[in-house]
Design a protein around this ligand. Structure first.
Ligand SMILES: *Cc1c(COP(=O)(O)O)cnc(C)c1O
Ligand code: SF4
Length: 367
């Protein structure tokens, strides 16, 4: 199929899901082919499925460290697990009062709509859920979420996440949003967390954008991690959403070998602003299993962020934040939250005081 195919279903059916699906001209690097031939021992099973849309594959340039390639093509490094890592690094499970719903903050709740994504990001932090073939939210699970939200009038915002909610067909997605808005509160703000504008922009049809806008107050939060992902096609997808009246914001993950330098971040945030996407968060990498090769030391992240402020406008600046391991929630990485560095024999760690007053820790060295 052609990479420019406009029907997003063709992107789905043409999705590359195994080594043999890759075009013959696509040569794997040693660490990549090793991933596909590696035999995991017990307890070391592969943690995340493999899927790349033809469109996203076409953005891969030359060189082993191409920023799109690093996000899309797995390497054997994913089998390297560190003691500080977990399949559930921000403790979603501990904050899940009903199946498929995570309620960590008083006024907002998150619903895991599906475990499928158009592309599985090799740095994915929700590896205990994404690609695990649990399928999409069932009607009874949805009803349980609605019943729960009806006991929590303080919730003003519902985040639809996953997985990627935009892998669902329009009818199913709109039905879910409609049921939540009608079944809970009309004034609810709905936030759709999706990488689809980046990895499968064909999905954002004018019809979908208009229908989403009709369901209520919708915000789209997407994840551009590198300037090379901002193409005429992804720009068009953003324009469709904006035209329908849907604001688009962006969460970037700070990723080693992808965007961990000043120029990459500056270009990314400046260009996002130009296509009317507001940079919202820049995330320190979560301690997800098998992602150590992506993590940037926290002090390096802080230094990059400090320098970034001298280069781009306040409007282009995201908030640099860490989702505290253990479920403390997201906190901005400013000196205000950082107590000090401690060492209790398991290596040096940063100690943070979370909004709840409790202490949380993040390792100092790249781990
Ligand atoms: C990230 C997250 C949110 C949203 O947090 P914001 O700071 O408002 O972007 C809400 N609920 C859960 C469970 C989250 O992980
Ligand atoms: S789109 Fe989100 S849930 Fe899916 S693989 Fe990427 S980071 Fe994980």
């Amino acid at each position: 199929m052609k990479t420019g195919d406009e029907d997003w279903h063709r992107q789905r059916t043409g999705t590359i899901r195994s080594r043999s699906d890759l075009p013959e001209s696509f040569r794997l690097h040693p660490s990549e082919s090793e991933y596909f031939t590696y035999t995991p021992s017990a307890g070391e099973e592969s943690r995340l499925g493999f899927a790349v849309t033809p469109y996203y594959l076409s953005l891969i340039g030359i060189g082993e460290n191409d920023p799109v390639r690093r996000q899309a093509i797995p390497t054997v490094n994913e089998y390297q697990t560190l003691p500080c890592e977990s399949d559930d690094p921000i403790s979603d499970r501990a904050f899940s009062p009903v199946e498929r719903l995570v309620h960590r903050y008083r006024d907002r709740a998150l619903i895991l709509v599906t475990d499928e994504c158009a592309v599985y990001c090799r740095h994915c932090f929700r590896r205990h859920f994404a690609s695990r073939r649990r399928g999409s939210l069932s009607d009874s699970q949805l009803q349980n979420c609605i019943d729960y939200l009806n006991t929590k009038p303080e919730v003003h915002e519902v985040i639809l996440s996953g997985g990627d909610p935009l892998t669902l067909e329009d009818s199913r997605l709109l039905k879910i949003i409609g049921k939540i808005v009608k079944g809970v509160r009309r004034k609810l703000v709905i936030r759709l967390a999706t990488r689809v504008p980046v990895v499968m922009p064909q999905r954002i049809t004018p019809a979908l954008a208009a229908a989403l806008q009709d369901t209520g107050t919708i915000y789209i939060i997407t994840q551009f991690n590198h300037r090379n992902e901002i193409t005429p096609r992804s720009t068009q997808a953003v324009r469709e959403l904006n035209r329908a009246g849907i604001p688009v914001l962006n969460q970037t993950v700070l990723l080693r070998g992808v965007n961990d330098n000043l120029t990459a971040l500056e270009e990314l945030f400046q260009t996002l602003l130009e296509i009317k996407v507001k940079p919202y968060y820049l995330f320190q990498g979560d301690l997800a299993t098998g992602t150590s090769h992506f993590r940037v030391p926290l002090d390096r992240g802080m230094e990059l962020y400090r320098q970034l402020r001298t280069r781009i406008s306040g409007l282009a600046m995201p908030v640099y934040a860490v989702d505290l391991p253990g479920g403390g929630g997201k906190i901005p990485l400013t000196e205000a939250y950082l107590d000090h560095i401690i060492d209790e024999g398991e290596g040096k760690k940063y100690q943070f005081t979370g909004p709840d007053g409790r202490h949380y820790y993040y390792p100092l060295e790249r781990q």
